[in-house]
Ligand binder design. Sequence first.
Ligand code: SAM
Length: 282
Amino acid sequence: MANLGIPRNTIEVLQKYHFNFQKKYGQNFLVDTRVLDRIIGAARITGEDCVLEIGPGIGTMTQYLAERAGEVVAVEIDKNLIPILEETLSAYGNVTLINQDILKMDLKGLAEERGKLLKVVANLPYYITTPIIMGLFENHVPLENVTVMVQKEVAERMQAGPGTKDYGALSLAVQYYAKPEIVANVPPNCFIPRPNVGSAVVRLSRYKTPPVPVENEARMFALIRAAFNQRRKTLANSLTNAQELGISKERIGQALERMELPAAVRGEALTLEQFAGLSNLL
Ligand code: SAM
């Protein structure tokens, strides 16, 4: 089968099947062999691995994955792509194709059946990047790493540290579960059709144990969400205004004092460790 990372091969397949792109599914197919090599290299795939690919499209990256992994499970929502994938992947005996919405799948079960940590690799549909990634982490799907193409801006938010404009709830949530590293920036001309924004490949290497001790994860994430909901306010005001937390201004003041933080500190100045500490105190 021809390498679909070469634009003319992708165009040939699309024409053969009279494929119509579905905007609602965030379809931007990758056509750049160097970027494909970078993604596959960053994911550190070996012959022992089971790789979960989210949204294989016409199978461009799936072919690269199938060459290197023990098994590839590719989950595609668009039923019109299934006959195409059956042709483009026909040479590989190690690919399981599933026509499903990734958000409705039992991925924990899928990993447990195989008895190993999954590696997740994907050129993600941008409209559901955050639910997919947070779903993998929050549901504790057994996985080693997640190597994904996302909007450049989202990749930067994942990697951002305290005090920067990109720092927020997504940075803290991702960094609680994994170490994020941007491994490539990818311009719009590497896709058919071209997206309106730049993209980046980010590798999230899952921690075996969280980097900070937290007594109640859900509580810490509720504090983080409240802190960044009203970014311009002081942390004390944001947390008091979030009535669902039920914490008085006085208690927050005492906790900040114990942590030797200024009373007027903003949430965006706190590290993950400090949010964990605050959550444990409150
Ligand atoms: N992997 C292909 C590539 O790199 O050329 C396609 C990437 S494209 C950005 C995203 C793919 O995800 C599309 O094939 C789209 O149909 C699929 N998709 C969108 N939403 C999905 C969902 N909820 N579950 C599974 N696949 C989905």
